[in-house]
Design a protein around this ligand. Structure first.
Ligand SMILES: NC(=O)c1ccc[n+]([C@@H]2O[C@H](COP(=O)([O-])OP(=O)(O)OC[C@H]3O[C@@H](n4cnc5c(N)ncnc54)[C@H](O)[C@@H]3O)[C@@H](O)[C@H]2O)c1
Length: 463
């Protein structure tokens, strides 16, 4: 099939590359000329495992191309995917300017039946607004080419995006009933047929329910994390080990083990903005989502938990101390720094006078850009932040190691080397990577999220 992808970011790139891999002819368009030039020169604007090779292979086979030419992109695809960003507006709602600009571009240039697929995460009612924007452009040209708009939200995870796209749990498709919807559904069925060979993963529903499903999924996942984080903080107080508790509750199939890890808060481009957008939608209908307000508040506080543990141990004034930070990206296997907990932590440590040496296996350049922005008005603080070439170099002579992102390479380091490298054998672990008992044996003082009491001395209770 001939497919156009409007918006060549994480989602658009992965969608385009995966459809091309299956033999489709894919035209990726973006308004960012630098991004398109980079892609055409074999570069990649984002870090995503496996994506570079996938794109190179399909570029060479002539199944994918990158351009800024809107008219040509609309002329190419019988199916037009919208995969542009939907960043938060000032009031927390989703900013639909990019989605509607893409819709207008389609309406401006289309001349035959076109199926428009919204893949961007956008509030209930967006497909209808897309439809109106396209219709207005067509009417202005006196063109009556038929079209349909469907919702096909994306559930891929950065860091595992290709696997998620190629082997999805489900493919949600929201389309209208009636002949127009049937036609759209048949096209989408054909396009997604290669993903459904083992069993049918398509979930058909009305457009509004599909739009809502994406927000509901992210809201649920964010809720599980904040719930566990709040319990972890309590576990620290009562002398329970949150890891044991996670296994204890995860064994219940109604709960399950996934997405129950306590940590130093979630970040990324999706959970924070999507929970805020859903809260905003709810407010419009006077149906406040009290749980989500709490989820967001807990997460904001959790991003400060590491700094709080550090000041409780080392004092409020951290000047004269230098900390090694392992992990900057909001999660492993990505270089995405959007809303990353490391940004809150590092800003706080620098504000308290500390020096910071940071290392991340993929996000160093993205981090430099992010901190240049965050610390624009604090040149003195910026001067106390530097980046190491590898994880052990970051640790050399540091007063403590702080772990913020759970990259594989941090999970089994050479602990002797680590302890010898640190000025003080002190670790604050925001991702609970190590066994507290093993750290004790190594003579490392180890602070965790909800595991500090693992191996709790019960004599404290009876004394
Ligand atoms: N990143 C994820 O993990 C993820 C997962 C599922 C869903 N989503 C959703 O998918 C959408 C895209 O997210 P992303 O992370 O890929 O964003 P992104 O910021 O990485 O990419 C968006 C791209 O759209 C381009 N763009 C903006 N306006 C355009 C226009 N009018 N025409 C052509 N291109 C335009 C931008 O230049 C940018 O390259 C968002 O709604 C997001 O919530 C993201």
């Amino acid at each position: 099939m001939k497919i156009t992808i409007i918006g060549t970011g994480y989602v658009g790139l992965v969608t385009g590359a995966c459809f091309a891999e299956l033999g489709n002819e894919v035209f990726c368009i973006d308004i960012d000329a630098r991004k398109i030039e980079l892609l055409n020169n074999g570069g990649l604007p984002v870090y995503e495992p496996g994506l570079k090779a996938l794109i190179a292979r399909n570029l060479q086979a002539g199944r994918i191309r990158f351009s800024t030419d809107l008219a040509a992109s609309v002329a190419h695809g019988a199916v037009q995917f919208i995969a542009v960003g939907t960043p938060p507006d000032e009031d927390g709602s989703a900013d639909l300017n990019h989605v509607l600009a893409a819709a207008r571009a389609i309406g401006r240039y289309m001349s035959r039946y076109t199926l428009v697929v919204n893949k961007s995460t956008a509030p209930v009612g967006t497909a209808q607004r897309v439809r109106q924007s396209i219709a207005a452009e067509l009417a202005a040209r006196g063109n009556d080419a038929p079209f349909a708009v469907v919702s096909n939200p994306e559930f891929l995870k950065e860091g595992a995006a290709i696997e998620d796209f190629m082997r999805p749990d489900r493919i949600v498709l929201g389309c209208a009933s009636g002949p127009e919807g049937q036609r759209a559904r048949a096209i989408m069925q054909r396009l997604y047929a290669p993903f459904n060979r083992n069993h049918d993963r398509m979930l058909y529903m009305d457009v509004r329910s599909a739009e809502f499903t994406k927000y509901a999924a992210n809201a649920m996942l964010a809720t599980r994390i904040s719930f566990m984080n709040e319990l972890a903080n309590l576990a620290d107080c009562v002398g329970a080990d949150i890891e044991a508790v996670r296994r204890g509750i995860g064994a219940d199939p109604r709960i399950g083990y996934d997405f129950l890890y306590a940590g130093c808060g979630y970040g990324g481009s999706c959970f924070p903005k999507d929970t805020s957008a859903l809260i905003r939608t709810a407010r419009q209908y006077d149906q406040p989502l009290r749980i989500l307000h709490a989820v967001n508040a807990v997460n904001a506080a959790q991003k400060e938990v590491l700094a709080k543990k550090m000041t409780a141990r080392l004092g409020m004034d951290l000047s004269g101390l230098r900390f090694a930070i392992w992990g900057l990206a909001f999660k492993p296997n990505t270089d995405d720094m959007r809303e990353a907990p490391s940004r809150v932590l590092i800003a706080e440590l620098l504000a308290r006078g500390a020096r910071v040496t940071a290392y991340d296996p993929a996000a160093m350049r993205a981090a430099e850009r992010a901190f240049a922005l965050d610390l624009k008005h604090a040149p003195d603080a910026r001067a106390r932040l530097d980046f190491a070439e590898n994880q052990m170099q970051a640790v050399l002579g540091a007063d403590a190691l702080v772990i913020v992102t759970e990259w594989q390479a941090f999970k089994s380091p050479d602990f002797q080397q680590l302890r010898d490298g640190l000025k003080t054998p002190l670790i604050f672990d925001g991702r609970n990577l190590y066994e507290p008992a093993a750290m004790r044996e190594l003579g490392i003082e180890y602070h965790t999220i909800g595991r500090t009491s693992a191996g709790y001395d019960e004599s404290r209770d009876t004394a």
